[in-house]
Design a protein around this ligand. Structure first.
Ligand SMILES: Nc1ncnc2c1ncn2[C@@H]1O[C@H](COP(=O)(O)OP(=O)(O)OP(=O)(O)O)[C@@H](O)[C@H]1O
Ligand SMILES: [Mg+2]
Length: 497
């Protein structure tokens, strides 16, 4: 059968950046095609050109055998194409069902919108996909980030698209949801649809993809069947070096107690959570998405109120009613929902890196511009943030590079305690190992790190102890010598170890 997409010689430049340089790409029916590469390699730019969101500078593109010259998102939709972008672009104030129908509302014989039929249809599709617990009448904003992502994933299926693009769909998903996504993808493949799949997680490429295209610095490196490569070779093609032992870090000496949490409760989200973290320690919170991990973090940080319990910072009892108070007390916070909570998209990379830093670099209320520039240089350099300069708006950076800037912000704030929720979401393997090295250095300096990760290799590699949460309850604290993947998964599923 003919190719679904055939693109050749695609180039695209942004001010100061050559995002794509003569890239060829082919998608066949019944194929799951992985697109991999470091942060800023050009993956998202390529799919946005294929989807008509960006205009290409050079190159030719044909969709289902027809050459397309002027392409637009509407024209792409008419060709049966749909994409789930890195930054979820659904309307949060609308219901799940309204989001499904955006742009083509179901009408009754009288020309009014027949919502009961519409909701019924959405509910049936969600159930068919294994998403029984998503109510089509619920406002999107009432769902967890992971569930919102599942709605975004279900929408193109609902629209019956036959060319589907997923840009890092699993970044915010737990294992269970990832399984649902994979079963959806397998079903689509069996129906002869074509899927482009972007991910930084090697095991996903080898689980779900048939072929893989590697991009590096905007250039096409290689396209091959997944069966003819392996994770090591693939990483070498992406970064130009091999990455063994990425999760092994040096263990720091543990010092005094940094953070104590005692009987913390916020009904019905979580109840009676107690643990402590020492200076120099990395303490992990593990649990499925929706188990309450993020809520616990938010409560500690003053982003949500608590019903009961005590939080002590270096022995002193504290209660924050706003995150700014936690920051002032020396806690840094990295949220999983980067776009809504951690980043100021229209502002420059430099300002974003300094965002939590201004009180300390602004004596008498006047910003010390040299200190501001230095902080931004240091972290752009250390984290290898790919940007033409530090004065461009952060929204122009690739997803992973934005995440690195958020990290830079927290590191620049000199926190004694760093709370991070999924710290390496969306960052490439090279940057992951950079981040782990920075964690190593921070703990050596006595910083206490409290981290949530649903990514087992990461949390098992980094944490000294792990508290497992199931439905808002503590299932037990496991220390490093007793780490065992099966045991952690059992606890996280509410079973005894
Ligand atoms: N709208 C834009 N304006 C300016 N530069 C941009 C814009 N979009 C992307 N870029 C730049 O183009 C390059 C490629 O970015 P792209 O988003 O395609 O990377 P990516 O491979 O998707 O990376 P990631 O894994 O971090 O998502 C980067 O250097 C990025 O800064
Ligand atoms: Mg991207």
């Amino acid at each position: 059968m003919a190719e679904l997409i055939a693109a050749s010689g695609i180039s695209k430049a942004f001010p100061g950046v050559r995002a794509l340089d003569q890239v060829d790409f082919i998608l066949k029916p019944g194929e799951v095609h992985a697109l991999v590469g470091e942060n800023g390699a050009g993956k998202s730019t390529l799919i946005k050109i294929l989807m008509g969101v960006y205009r290409r500078d050079t190159g030719s593109l044909s969709v289902k055998g027809r050459e397309v010259h002027e392409f637009s998102p509407e024209a792409a939709q008419d060709c049966g194409m749909a994409a789930v972008y890195q930054d979820i672009s659904l309307a949060r104030s609308l219901t799940v069902g309204e989001n499904f129908y955006l742009g083509h509302m179901p009408k009754t014989a009288f020309g009014t919108i027949d919502w009961s039929q519409a909701y019924e249809k959405c509910g049936a599709l969600l159930a068919e996909l294994g998403l029984h617990d998503i109510d089509p009448r619920a406002p999107l904003s009432s769902l967890s980030v992971a569930k919102q992502e599942m709605v975004a994933i279900a929408k193109p299926v609902f629209e019956n698209a036959d060319i589907l693009v997923f840009d890092e769909p699993t970044a915010l998903l737990a294992n269970e949801e990832t399984e649902i996504l994979f079963s959806i993808i397998r079903k689509l493949r069996n129906e002869g649809k074509g899927i482009i799949y972007i991910s930084h997680r090697m095991e996903e490429i080898f689980t779900i993809c048939d072929s893989v295209t590697v991009l590096k610095d905007g250039r096409h490196v290689r396209t091959m069947p997944v069966s003819e490569t392996n994770p090591d070779d693939l990483v070498r093609l992406m970064v130009g070096r091999s990455m063994e032992d990425m999760y092994t870090i040096k263990r720091a000496q543990h010092g005094e107690l940094a953070l104590e949490v005692d009987g913390l409760s916020r009904e019905p989200r979580f109840r009676d959570i107690s643990f402590d973290v020492h200076h120099g320690e990395i303490f992990g919170l593990f649990g499925l998405v929706g188990s309450g991990r993020t809520e616990i973090m938010r409560a500690i940080f003053g982003a949500d109120p608590i019903d009961r319990g005590e939080i002590r910072l270096e022995g002193r009892s504290v209660r924050f009613s706003h995150p700014s108070q936690a920051i002032a007390a020396g806690i840094g916070f990295m949220s999983e929902d980067r776009k809504n909570q951690s980043i100021a998209l229209p502002l420059s990379v430099r300002t974003n890196i300094n965002l939590a830093n201004y009180s300390s670099i602004s004596p008498f209320g006047i910003v010390n511009r040299t200190a501001e520039r230095d902080a931004s240089r240091i972290y752009i350099d250390r984290l290898a943030i790919k940007t033409p300069s530090d004065t461009v708006a952060i929204r122009n950076l690739s997803g992973g590079n934005q995440q690195k800037a958020v990290l830079g912000k927290n590191l620049a704030s000199n926190s004694r305690i760093l709370v991070c929720d999924e710290p390496t979401i969306g960052v490439d393997v090279g940057a992951k190992s950079e981040i782990y090295k920075i964690f190593e250095r921070l703990t050596e300096d006595g910083v206490a790190i409290l981290m949530v990760s649903s990514y087992l290799p990461e949390i098992m590699g980094l944490a000294d102890r792990i508290l497992v949460i199931y439905e808002g309850r503590a299932m037990g604290i496991v220390s490093r010598s007793e780490f065992d993947e099966e045991k952690l998964v059992r606890l996280a599923s509410g079973l005894n170890a």
